[in-house]
Write a protein that binds this ligand. Sequence first.
Ligand code: ADP
Length: 461
Amino acid sequence: MKIKWFKGGSDLFQTTQRRLTMQYSGLLMLFLVLFIVVVYTLLYIVILRDQHRELENLTRQETRIISSYLAESARNELQGLGSQELVLAGADQFFYYVTDTDGNFVMGSETMRHMREELFELVSGWVPEQNEIREETIRLTFDERRIGGREIDEAPKSDTVRLMIDGSPIFYNNQFVGMIYIGKDISFAYQLFQWLLIVLVSLMVLFAGVAVFMSYMMSKKAMGPISTAFHRQKEFVGDASHELRTPLSVMLSSIDAMEMTDGVEEDPFAQKLLRNMKSEVKRMTGLVSDLLVLARADSGVVERVIDEINVRVEAGNVIESLTPYAESNGISLYLDAPDELIVPGDRARLKQLMYILLDNAVKYSLEGGRVEMILSKNDRHWTMKVSDEGIGIDAADQSRIFDRFFRSDKSRTRTVGGHGLGLSIAKWITSIHGGTITVESEIGKGSTFTVQIPNEQAASI
Ligand code: ADP
């Protein structure tokens, strides 16, 4: 005989705490992500708008310079401007080009001279709408960067250059004389956005950890008082059940003694009263012992006594003890099992499990019904099926019948005794053996309860 320990009880609290932690951290994370998205978007908009404004100012300023030069030199065309150093290089200015009315190049300059063709191609023929600013990305080859670097000091630092391009018409004496295009290098802004994103994402990862930790602490704090109250209540149920057992058994033996007392034996009314008292005391004893089993189950660690048992023999004994009760209700019990079915398990508890399922099958059968227990075994587990042809269980109730104090179809179940604890105990006994219990049922046709338990019993489950 081996003694094993079963740990249980606090499952509900752990699951609830885990769920709370997940919900809290989900919420905190959502706020975090929202915060980061808002900050990033705001910065993006503010920085780009700032660049826009700078570029517009630059274009306006340079258009003015060219117009005033034309006025000073009393010329009405841009040709020949090439020799004049009119346009000043603004900060981050990548290129500027001035074209005549036909879009031909008049003058210009760029950070990387050998790229003039490519850059001029970008703006040639472009007539911007009011306040229209274009953004372009150009990719530089290694050679382009190197040559550019040698020629001028400010070669771009990366292979990709982001340009913001503005264009403006030039007028002289209200006459259109040409266009000016200015390209501004805004790569640094995008690099800034990239860095910002990296920093924000890193911060988010860091804060996500903090959020999970905080959520865990918060959920622990929230669960604390509930858990304590629940444990106190369970202790109380356990203690009360224990304390009630003794007076109940004293009452039962007193009733037995009273029944045999002279005078009472001959008085049919007194006999009837005592019979009623006895049945109620027995009912209460049943309830108290069910509560005690569940209180022990909840208490955390439960002792399991594992033996090699012949389930066929145990099932035979349970059926034998239930036969008079079944027969008195006109119900027949059958057992279908191999001659020997040896499995490891806690004898007393497995017998209790069989008793609960058979007792229910009889209780919820109609007169003349048939209740059958089938036992079988394969390489991995053994199975016990208890079927009846009784009232059946509503599909909506099938997932709830294993809950404590749940009783389906109140009108029918009220007439048969019970407190709705039997199947909770059955489920617990199955679970401490590492098994499962399921039900298949149809109203009016009957129910089949299937218990499946592994052949190997783990040291602790
Ligand atoms: P009790 O039988 O004491 O009410 P149980 O926990 O054993 O409590 O069962 C819970 C409920 O499940 C019962 O009230 C009954 O409605 C339903 N039930 C259980 N077994 C059967 C069955 N074999 N046939 C029909 N209904 C059943």
